[in-house]
Ligand binder design. Structure first.
Ligand code: TA6
Length: 262
């Protein structure tokens, strides 16, 4: 995990297999967000009034707690990072927010807990957000690679227009890749989406608090050299912005788990 963007870039299974994907065009010199792993989009998802996906992925976060120093044998080691407004962020969003992000390695799960507090005494704030999880797949053009759990859900089709995406409904089938750009914000989704990665395993993205929506993205020929190697399943709050009254806290939790689907 990097302090820059609070970006988790690797989550290795006991087998040694990597579950996350970092794009080969990723840079780590802070000139742009780390392209891969789990970038955090906040306080804006996608294009809008500020830069694409907000600023949280473009700045250094600070460590405010870690279990590792206190107890190296901790079965569930965790680190908590914090982001508070700076001159850079205030130019884009002058809101008195405080964000924390706790990443915990549980026995079989990677737990991500993202909280935002409104420190204002009298003014509400609102924002959109996402944990933009890149998952490695065998070959997204293979029929064994698909996303399950979204049947019947309404989605915003950003592949048609990223600024004013039309609403559509997911047919009674899973989401397949490899034919064209897939860039969809599924609204009011169930807590679990499964990404079958084509090797007899699936990554379960379990949104257990806060997140209301699920974004599915595969860039197809926009990234023709490596689009086959990953799909994004993103825990999101996009359809309806989160509104926090003075002093209120929003808590969003995701658990990632690799399951055997053989
Ligand atoms: O979450 C999908 C998306 O919003 C796509 O529209 C695509 O642009 C992607 O994120 C990556 O955005 P980035 O700014 O990291 O290139």
């Amino acid at each position: 995990m990097y302090l820059f963007g609070a970006t988790v870039t690797s989550w290795t299974q006991p087998s040694g297999d990597e579950a996350l994907y970092v794009r080969p065009d990723a840079t780590f010199d802070k000139s742009k967000p780390i392209a891969g792993g789990i970038p955090l989009c906040f306080p804006q998802f996608g294009p809008g009034a500020m830069q694409q996906h907000g600023f949280a992925r473009n700045v250094d976060w600070e460590v405010i707690g870690t279990s590792a120093d206190v107890n190296p044998d901790d079965p569930e080691p965790a680190v908590m990072l914090r982001l508070r407004p700076s001159e850079y962020t205030k130019k884009m969003w002058d809101a008195p927010f405080e964000a924390t992000y706790e990443v915990t390695l549980r026995r079989e799960k990677l737990k991500l807990e993202f909280c935002v507090k409104n420190n204002s005494k009298d003014t509400p704030i609102d924002f959109t957000a996402a944990a933009h999880t890149y998952i490695e797949v065998t070959d997204c053009a293979n029929v064994g690679v698909f996303a399950r759990g979204l049947k019947g859900k309404t989605y915003l089709d950003k592949a048609i227009d990223p600024n004013t995406p039309p609403r559509k409904t997911q047919e009674e089938r899973d989401v397949f890749f490899g034919f064209d750009l897939v860039d969809r914000v599924y609204l009011d989704t169930e807590p679990e989406t499964l990404l079958y990665v084509g090797s007899g395993a699936a990554v379960a993205v379990e949104n257990t608090a806060g997140w209301t929506d699920t974004v599915i993205w595969n860039p197809h020929h926009n990234m023709k050299d490596f689009y086959k190697n990953f799909c994004c399943v993103e825990s999101a709050a996009v359809g309806k912005p989160v509104v926090l009254g003075p002093g209120e806290v929003w808590r969003a939790e995701t658990n990632l788990l690799v399951v055997d689907v053989n």
